[in-house]
Design a protein around this ligand. Sequence first.
Ligand code: PFF
Length: 463
Amino acid sequence: MAADRGQWGSRLGFILAATGSAVGLGNIWRFPYITGENGGGVFVVVYLACVALVGLPIMMAELFIGRTAQLSPVGAVRSMSAPRSPWMGLGWLSVVAAFIILSFYSVVAGWSMHYVGLSIVGAFKDKTPDEIGAMFDALYANGGLNVLWHILFMVLTIAIVVSGIRKGIELWSRILMPALFGLLLVLLIYAMTTDGFTKGFEYIFGFHADKFDLTSSTLDALGQSFFSLSLGMGALVTYGSYLRRDEGVVSISIIVCSLDTAVALLAALILFPILFTAGLDPDQSVGLAFISLPIAFSQMPGGAVLAPLFFLLLTFAALTSAISLLEVATAYFIDERRWSRAKATLVTGGGILILGIPSALAGGPGIFGDKLKTGTESIWDGGKNWFDVLEYFSNNWMLPLGGLGIAMFVSWRVGNAAREQGFKTGTKLGAMYWGWVQLLRYVVPIGVLLVLLNAIGVFSAGE
Ligand code: PFF
């Protein structure tokens, strides 16, 4: 074992770290706006089904691989198949995906840090909705400022990962996750006192299907469940590799999936009532958290205090996810290249920092900005900028492909005896084994293939 690998100090520490990886911008920024775009109610039900039938089995599979091999994805897949096995492509995909996803994720995290600052100095006070919208547009277009926040966020992420599993990732998860749950609770209590709470609640849990589209909304839900649960790119293989060999993975996966889903629902239950109270529309895409919410806070009593808390929540959530992304790339170099943790973290973190600069410049007019045209309309949708292209590529291709690969690897390639014994280690829920294998063998591949077909536009052909 490489000297710099490390191990979790406790089961709780691991649960907090894995939940920290899962709970991120995907839950608090992305889930509410996708729910809004897809009309609320029915979308939430479909999302829950995706988590239970596709996300949960893959999470168990990823943790099972990591804990069994005690290695990060490339080595784990090799040790459970054969040297030079084509399955190792799955491991490589993880490292590449970690670089790509963190490079743009850090830019959005930078926006949330900027908004902590803006809301603390009261920048939204007495501003009209148009002026608040213009503030976001100005930030988006300001390459220099985006680069600065991106660098700052990456430095924070590197500082945590370089300190190791127990003294870095676990320690900070133990601090940031309870803080995150506390902030969530304060904001929820506030949302419950607003006039729009009943309407918001009804919007999320009521059975109405106004904007729900069976193919595209279902596939959005599936893609979102991958991203939100940190699946398909080996983050949980890597985290699982620091578990003791006798630690069960079944109930841990159930806990992490439940917490992640609960946070997404709570984030929606915080945002929608606040938006409805201010008379705003829930269908606001990317600007929901960064434009509509500040508008709502600027008009509400207590908004001046709650706005910084919300953006702090978003920043903490982003940080605990970013460390897991960086850890995937770092662990590869520790395991496979025998680098020290310090060298591996600094080199990978530095590389991601540089790769993220074009994403930070994507809102501006330069070559990485909106002028970037990638041609073929059906896949690239014309004028996507650098940031959009990376986000599209990773969410629609890399994560689903990775998830599909992991499900197939565990259900078809890993031997029956090893798989069954691995599943049943350290759990009282061994009876779920049969169902788990069926989901991995049949339900996951079909679901994921639908996402991929959707990504190449099969379902939108002729629209
Ligand atoms: N799960 C994170 C979120 O919801 O924001 C994003 C993420 C983290 C995706 C780690 C993938 C990953 F490996």
